[in-house]
Design a protein around this ligand. Structure first.
Ligand SMILES: [Zn+2]
Length: 169
């Protein structure tokens, strides 16, 4: 079941919250020691709307230019999981995610930070596990999943999305 929501709801915000926070902190924390979240910080993060990343915006523009129409910021309620893909093709049931190499631990660039491993290792592992749970839930419900890495060329990603939605001409 697909339901549009204008803003992430509280009960489903932890993933969005993490993502927004992650995106904001990506530049400033890479290679440095992070400070763990405080309760205040968590509260602030809850108030921040999800942030569109540059790779995601580029992909959206390219898909639109290719004539594809999609939904953004759509929550997909599935048995046992509530997923919010970056881009959704509702009729074709295709969910597209644009994953940051660091936050989603791509095999080429997803190195674990050397400092504060007590913080980063479980956090990044949770991200990856959450991704796999989302994929499993989507696939089990008959959806197709496209996971794009930020290091991929836009042409490659667009081609994969077009294949998934059956828009190959
Ligand atoms: Zn990568």
């Amino acid at each position: 079941m697909v339901r549009a929501v204008g803003r992430p709801r509280r009960s489903s915000e932890s993933a969005d919250e993490d993502r927004a926070e992650d995106r904001r902190r990506r530049e400033q924390t890479r290679g440095r020691s992070p400070r763990p979240l405080t309760e205040n910080r968590s509260r602030n993060m809850r108030a921040i709307r999800r942030v569109d990343t540059a790779p995601e915006l580029r992909l959206r523009r390219a898909l639109h230019a290719a004539g594809l129409r999609y939904r953004v910021d759509l929550q997909v309620d599935l048995p046992g999981a509530r997923v919010r893909p970056d881009i959704v093709f509702t009729r074709r049931r295709v969910a597209v995610f644009v994953d940051s190499c660091f936050w989603h631990q791509c095999l080429e660039h997803g190195r674990l930070p050397k400092t504060n491993q007590w913080y980063w290792t479980p956090k990044l592992e949770r991200n990856v596990q959450r991704d796999r749970r989302a994929d499993d839930a989507l696939l089990a419900a008959g959806w197709s999943v496209v996971r794009a890495w930020e290091h991929e060329t836009i042409e490659d990603v667009v081609a994969r999305v077009r294949r998934a939605v059956g828009a190959i001409s």
